[in-house]
Write a protein that binds this ligand. Structure first.
Ligand code: CU
Length: 69
């Protein structure tokens, strides 16, 4: 089942961050699309298994873009 979730990611502060988040999350197996927005400090991520919310949040934390609680 394809899922789309929008995460609030406060550390997205410039286009470099957008690029990093897009590339890193996009490399995760199962991730179909990443739309990161510097203005909103959000990323909308569309994914299928084996990606899931936990693995995406874990990756974002690892690359220093943790999801806001
Ligand atoms: Cu940046």
């Amino acid at each position: 089942m394809t899922t789309t979730v929008t995460y609030s990611i406060p550390n997205i502060s410039c286009n470099h961050c957008v690029h990093t988040v897009t590339m890193e999350v996009g490399d995760l197996a199962g991730v179909k699309n990443v739309q990161a927005d510097v203005e909103a400090k959000q990323a909308t991520i569309t994914f299928d298994p084996p990606a899931n919310e936990d693995s995406i949040k874990e990756l974002l934390a690892e690359i220093n873009y943790p999801v806001a609680a």
